[in-house]
Design a binder for this molecule. Structure first.
Ligand code: FAD
Length: 405
């Protein structure tokens, strides 16, 4: 692995930096800094997506014929790192990194024409309907049904924890089309509009006070069979393909560095912890440990990119390693931020919006940078559960990387 960029890559890095310095607006950066949830506020994200789309960089990992680029893995890496350093909003994965690649690989020509341009431009906002009550880690046990009647499927059942369904206009769902054979074999992958009669979205407010997830209900919702992706009964294959993108599709260490900087700013401010239980020495020691962990995650990411660059194919268990590492370091950073905030946490709590709204303005020693610390701590408890829980990722690593029985 070479750590020095070639002149060609250096000039690409410069091109990305120039674009970011021209196009990234302060409001977008502020939205990233103040976000309490996984994805940044919708309007800021969409404004950024429109700029990327205009430049041809909204879906760089797609094939060129569908609006992507011919970038090498190293160029993708540089692009992600520079966007993170500049605090640019990350595009929500459900369209560009999940359903988009599935439609490209397995969808019909009609689906490609209909959906791909609208995913790239941000005109369509997608959500992911996989999990159900009782079917999360054991996804193959899902029971939301699609019964074929003539040219339509009739959907009944529900999907749980559906991130951003209240913002989305489209949803991709895994549904049961058969109970014969193995559970995996009777699953199909269907695309549908959320305003289809019989579909309703109910909010779930999380411990952090955010409206981020929902339950989506289907009651005799009728969907044309042209909305089926690929073949009936092969949805499990398509879902596994998609989950590879969900787990391994992003570079995260640079974003974690931004989070550590927030803790550093907090420690340098007048508002800082240190209380009966945690001395400043302990806080500083944990900060140093986390800086080392983030740096080592960064090297793991670079190693994976180097493997891809050398033609190593798609990441396998490495995607699980990166998911576990990223989410557990993130949780430790949010814990350290809470500890560093000390009793001031209670002061911030007073102004925390509990309906997904904005923080009220603050004066004095508390800066806008500090306001999201408590809800981010609470929100990121879920990071080791979603995207495939970390226990399940460890099972994958044990089986496929360590070859344990
Ligand atoms: C904030 C949030 C957002 C989400 N967004 C979406 C979304 O947009 N779309 C979507 O489809 N889903 C979404 N999910 C659902 C998520 O994918 C599931 O919560 C996750 O897969 C775990 O499933 P479960 O909640 O049913 O827990 P369970 O599967 O019941 O797991 C309960 C516990 O048992 C452990 N466990 C389960 N099986 C094993 C095993 N084999 N070995 C060891 N331990 C095991 C788990 O790790 C966990 O600790 C979201 C979840 C959250 C919390």
């Amino acid at each position: 692995m070479h750590l020095k960029l070639t002149p060609r890559l250096e000039s690409f890095q410069e091109e990305v930096r120039t674009f970011l310095s021209k196009e990234l607006e302060p409001e977008m950066v502020a939205a990233v800094r103040s976000t309490t949830t996984v994805w940044v506020e919708r309007e800021a994200m969409l404004s950024w997506q429109r700029k990327l789309s205009k430049r041809g960089w909204a879906v760089p990992h797609w094939p060129e014929q569908f609006g992507g680029t011919d970038w090498t893995p190293m160029q993708h890496y540089i692009f992600e790192v520079e966007c993170a350093r500049a605090n640019a909003p990350e595009l929500t994965a459900m369209g560009v990194k999940m359903v988009g690649p599935v439609i490209i690989r397995f969808g019909s020509d009609w689906q490609r024409e209909e959906y791909l341009p609208r995913i790239a431009s941000g005109d369509d906002f997608w959500c992911q309907g996989f999990s159900e009550p009782g079917s999360g880690s054991d996804l193959a046990s899902l029971s939301c049904r699609a019964e074929r009647k003539g040219d339509e499927y009739i959907l009944n059942g529900s999907k749980l924890w559906t991130t951003d369904a209240h913002h989305a206009n489209r949803i991709f769902v895994l549904v049961r089309t058969s109970n014969e054979d193995r559970p995996q074999k009777g699953i199909s992958f269907i695309l549908l509009d959320l305003d289809t009669p019989g579909v309703s979205v109910t909010p779930i407010i999380s411990a952090s006070g955010d409206h981020e997830v929902n339950q989506v209900f289907f009651e005799d919702a009728r969907v044309p069979v042209s909305q089926l992706v690929g073949e009936e009964g092969l949805g499990w294959t398509y879902a596994k393909y998609l989950l590879g993108f969900e787990r391994g599709g992003s570079i995260k260490a640079e974003r974690l560095k931004q989070e550590l900087q927030r803790v550093n700013r907090l420690l340098l401010s007048k508002v800082r912890g240190g209380n009966d239980h945690f001395s400043m020495k302990e806080i500083e020691r944990e900060l140093a440990r986390l800086e080392i962990l983030v740096e080592s995650l960064s090297y793991t990411e670079m190693r994976v990119v180097a493997q891809l660059e050398a033609g190593g194919g798609e990441p396998g268990p490495e995607a699980s390693v990166l998911k576990v590492e990223h989410t557990e370091i993130m949780q430790r950073i949010t814990e350290l931020a809470m500890t560093s905030l000390g009793p001031y946490g209670a002061v911030l709590e007073r102004d925390r919006p509990i309906d997904g709204g904005r923080f009220s303005d603050h004066a004095g020693d508390i800066t806008s940078d500090m306001l999201p610390i408590v809800p981010r701590y609470l929100n990121f408890r879920a990071a080791t559960i979603y995207g495939g829980s970390n226990e399940v990722q460890r099972n994958i690593i044990a089986k496929t990387a360590l070859h344990l029985p």
